[in-house]
Design a protein around this ligand. Sequence first.
Ligand SMILES: [Mg+2]
Length: 262
Amino acid sequence: MKTLGTIKGLLLDLDGVLYVGANVIEGAIDAVNKIRESGISCRFITNTSTLSLASLEQKINVLGFSISANEIISAPQAALLYLKNQSAPVCRLLLADDVKKDFIDFPQSDSKANYIVIGDIGKAWSYPLFNEVFSCLMQGAKLIAIHKNRFWQTEEGLQMDIGGFIEGLEYASSSKALIIGKPSANFYQIALDDMRLKPEEVAIIGDDIDVDVGGGQQVGLMGILVKTGKYRQLYTDSSSIKPDLILDSIKDLPELLLQQSL
Ligand SMILES: [Mg+2]
């Protein structure tokens, strides 16, 4: 089991740890401030793929946090950091319009792209679109999926997510997509590189035992589970994933950090 004593960096999951919808988790704002004061460097992470960095920053800060854009790593942002490390990327972006704004510095092409980035584009999927992407893939373009979720819950019930479309493109082109969002090891590596820290120096705090705790532990991070957001005791008890630490809420973390550093 890892301990907090050696931790220099913290990845904080947003939804379910700092807030649920428009409601801030009690004590979360104060906790984040105290964690910063203890000298731990923070990155705020989320798989949200429909908001640009500016929109996400605004959403968080309207709730009362003071978090700067360069501390936020959303799944699209991780894709952006990945692309910045590639030589001469030319992109085809299948992303929400708001998210596309973040990728404006990259040259783009519909037919000559060497990176196809796919996120949530709602009802924009069509056979001609699939075929254009397929054509780029057959010419050697790399497929980058913001995530590969099967479905999601909406007010109208379950809806098909992009995972099936990604799988279809992989099948047709005999290629494998690079999955960017949590729990992919790529996501955590991108966050570690951004913090310039080693896995053993970093903890993740999240409300999802699989995606946050399990995903983080798989790359060597300390995994902290909070009992807020989507946490359910029954699910946690029956899981094969064992968090290094379980807290009622993020508000308990600053006190523990203080004790460990004494
Ligand atoms: Mg969460």
